[in-house]
Design a protein around this ligand. Structure first.
Ligand SMILES: [Fe+2]
Length: 380
């Protein structure tokens, strides 16, 4: 077995109704003024945001809790710059990212902007790594899937620069991730399935990745099995709390693979789709999956066979069968999409292909010529 290094610097709290307890334990980061960065809406409607603010306000060293709740589904550089201004004026000392992956990614970027006082464009466009002046971040996810609470990336879109990219570095790893499944009880079916599929995609991609190791394979296997069992149960009954908890757990454990192993081409390619169409991360990744898994079979036959078996119980012996079984699973869980349905046209593909950046070498498929454009065309 090949050797590997494993880093899990984030303290993880997992369980129902644990937020107050966990925040008390992390109170060394929570003093003076702090700021909650959130996408708002449903968290306000269900009273979750008020309840969180109350908990924070009652902590012994917290003076004031500011709330910045105008972050959109694909967080924009312009929104984050506004949040940074509010944070600087408010003299904040820590950031709480509260919501789905967008809220947590935005929180990370705000922590960089306020803490380092550098222009965020430098991190996004010049791939400058944020220094340890970045403010401490505590992530409280309210969906099960993105894994952003354990990752060292913040994915941001810029309207001005017409791009979607990442700010990456160890300093934006949250100090703590507080994963409380009860927040997901009220998540609607569309978001439940899309974020659940994203968690599954993290497991599959980190399993076939060049950087995969024995430990990360164990996490991938467990996550794929959990998703294979529980996403179909949630389509039948959204109030199945055991299935919700299982998906929260799967999403959280596979977040460790995001930080240590990374993902493959579907994730690299989705950023280009999201930047062009402003469609959700999960939808863009899903649209590429049938074609990508078929092609992945050629370079990772045994691993793709296992993925399909764990997910569906079916034995396969070709890339076409991998594609067919993946598509059936996606149909059952209402996650099957095409690029056309996301607003991509054939003539957009050359430009989209040029916009794919990041570590594509983590996918064995990247050695094949024109593989990115061929997956795009095949996914229309
Ligand atoms: Fe993802």
């Amino acid at each position: 077995m090949e050797g590997f290094t494993l880093e899990i610097p984030t303290t993880i709290y997992f369980g129902n109704n644990i937020v107050e307890e966990a925040l008390k334990k992390e109170s060394r980061y929570l003093s003076g003024n702090i700021m909650i960065v959130t996408t708002g809406r449903s968290l306000i409607k269900f009273g979750y945001l008020d309840a969180l603010k109350k908990i924070l306000d009652n902590l012994p060293h917290v003076e004031e809790t500011l709330i910045f709740d105008t972050i959109s589904a694909n967080p924009k550089l312009e929104e984050i710059q506004r949040a940074v201004q509010v944070g600087i004026k408010g003299h904040i000392h820590a950031i709480i990212g509260f919501g789905g992956g967008s809220a947590i990614d935005a929180a990370k970027a705000v922590a960089v902007g306020v803490g380092t006082a550098e222009s965020l464009e430098r991190f996004l466009l010049e791939e400058l790594e944020p220094s340890d002046k970045t403010l401490p971040i505590i992530a409280i996810p309210t969906t099960a899937g993105t894994g952003s609470e354990l990752s060292k990336g913040a994915i941001i879109s810029s309207l001005v620069h017409q791009m979607k990219g990442g700010i990456r570095g160890n300093s934006i790893l949250p100090k703590a991730a507080i994963v409380d499944p009860h927040y997901t009880w009220t998540v609607p079916v569309g978001t439940t399935m899309e974020t659940g599929f994203d968690a599954l995609a993290h497991a599959i991609e980190s399993y076939v990745a060049v950087k995969a190791n024995g430990w990360s394979d164990m996490i991938s296997e467990k996550t794929i099995k959990i998703a294979g069992e529980n996403l179909p149960l949630l389509i039948e009954n959204l109030d199945d709390h055991e299935a919700r908890e299982a998906m929260c757990y799967a999403s959280m454990i596979v977040g460790m693979n995001l930080a240590n192993i990374g993902t493959c081409l579907p994730h690299r390619m989705q950023y280009a789709i999201g930047a062009k169409t402003d469609t959700s991360h999960g939808a863009g990744v899903a649209a590429l999956y049938p074609s990508w898994i078929q092609k992945q079979y050629d370079v990772n036959e045994n691993k793709v066979k296992r993925i399909i078996y764990w997910l569906t119980g079916k034995q396969i012996s070709s890339g076409e069968e991998a594609r067919k079984e993946m598509a059936i699973f996606m149909q059952t869980t209402h996650t099957l999409k095409t690029l056309t349905s996301l607003g991509i046209k054939k003539e957009d593909i050359p430009e989209l292909t040029l916009k794919v950046t990041g570590n594509i070498g983590n996918d064995k498929l990247s050695l094949k010529t024109d593989i990115i454009s061929s997956i795009f065309y095949d996914s229309l």
